[in-house]
Write a protein that binds this ligand. Structure first.
Ligand code: DAH
Length: 342
């Protein structure tokens, strides 16, 4: 082969390389081009192999021409690589002087706020906060609380069973925590037990299948109904203001004897009578009473020696009264328009 033939081939490769370089797009395209022309088995290597078939006196010229081509191809290839890198950098360029995105700051849910207030009120009166399981046995949820088999409170309509044959339920109230606590310690007991409860209710303005209660329990020698009234009265004034009145109405709960339901004077109309209190001036809060000796027996407390009071409290109920919310479902819908107001 003569050096002229080699030069002609060099021109062909150079032209092909340039037009391919022009057409090549993106990182992948450039890589394919590199393999095709500059790779170990590429066009340039093939041309170098031809050097051996040149007559000795033409080898120097041929080598120069090939090296020229090699430098040119490397240079142009590198330029394209640089262009590509720059345009990529432009896309990801970040202006640090721009004002930042303001992150969303969450807030405390109104139910949690009320729960905190209830807890702080009772802890300041010497109560400690205890918890119990939300998945309960029927024994704790009912039997130990003197709610016998066949009692309407156990009705399938009200209770969510996890496993009917093994008598596992979602607790329908926080009263079973009374039993757990008394089983775990000797008197004196002075606790509140806040937490979630579950009932098979269809949601409406005042019912939710998941809701919160706070249970209260105080057991010692010589505890009386007067102590219960004093504690509830103190709570009512702390929560709603010093002109808040309370009243107890006789009622029935299997785990208290005597039992009562207690009301607060209506915070909307100050007892005059309005829509919230259905014109009565009072709003019902929950039940309370003196711990039934049957409950003491099931936990091994001596009913001759100890007396105690217990009370319940619906957290949503209190929150609705404090915030003047008329539909319990609003607390659970996670609608920001509602939650942002607290
Ligand atoms: N556990 C009752 C309920 O969910 C509320 C209650 C009533 C709790 C009387 C008590 C009590 O501690 O003494 O309806």
């Amino acid at each position: 082969m003569s050096v002229e033939t080699l030069k002609a081939q060099i021109n062909t490769v150079e032209t092909a390389f340039k037009s391919s370089l022009e057409k090549s797009a993106g990182q992948d395209g450039l890589e394919a081009l590199r393999i095709q022309f500059l790779g170990r088995k590429g066009a340039l290597t093939d041309l170098f192999k031809l050097l051996g078939s040149l007559p000795a006196e033409e080898k120097r010229l041929g080598g120069q021409a090939l090296n020229q081509l090699k430098n040119l191809m490397n240079q142009q290839f590198q330029d394209r690589m640089n262009d590509l890198g720059e345009s990529r950098n432009e896309q990801t360029f970040f202006d640090f002087s721009l004002p930042g995105d303001v992150g969303y700051v969450g807030r405390i849910h109104p139910i949690s706020t009320i729960l905190r207030e209830i807890k702080s009120c009772f802890t300041s009166m010497g109560f400690s906060v205890r918890q119990g399981p939300e998945v309960e046995t029927e024994y704790y949820n009912f039997d130990a609380l003197n709610i016998s088999k066949g009692h309407p409170a156990r009705d399938m309509q009200d209770t969510l069973f996890i496993d009917e044959s093994n008598e596992i339920v979602l607790r329908t109230h926080t009263s079973p925590v009374q039993v757990h606590v008394m089983e775990s310690q000797a008197p004196p007991v002075r606790i509140i037990a806040p937490g979630r409860c579950y009932r098979r209710d269809t949601p409406d303005a005042t019912h939710s299948p998941v809701f919160h209660q706070v249970e209260g329990l105080c057991v010692d020698e010589g505890v009386s109904f007067a102590d219960l009234k004093g504690v509830i009265q103190t709570f009512a004034k702390r929560m709603f203001g010093s002109d808040m009145k309370i009243r107890f109405r006789p009622s029935f709960f299997p785990f208290t004897e005597p039992s009562a339901e207690y009301d607060f004077s209506c915070m909307m109309c100050k007892g005059k009578g309005c829509r919230v209190c259905s014109g009565t001036g009072w709003v019902e809060i929950s039940g309370a009473g003196m711990v039934n000796p049957a409950v003491f027996k099931s936990v091994g407390y001596d009913p001759e020696k100890y007396t105690g009071y217990a009370f319940g409290m619906g957290v949503e109920r209190i929150a609705m009264l404090v915030y003047e919310v008329h539909d319990i479902r609003l607390f659970y819908e996670n609608d920001m328009r509602f939650l942002k107001q607290f």
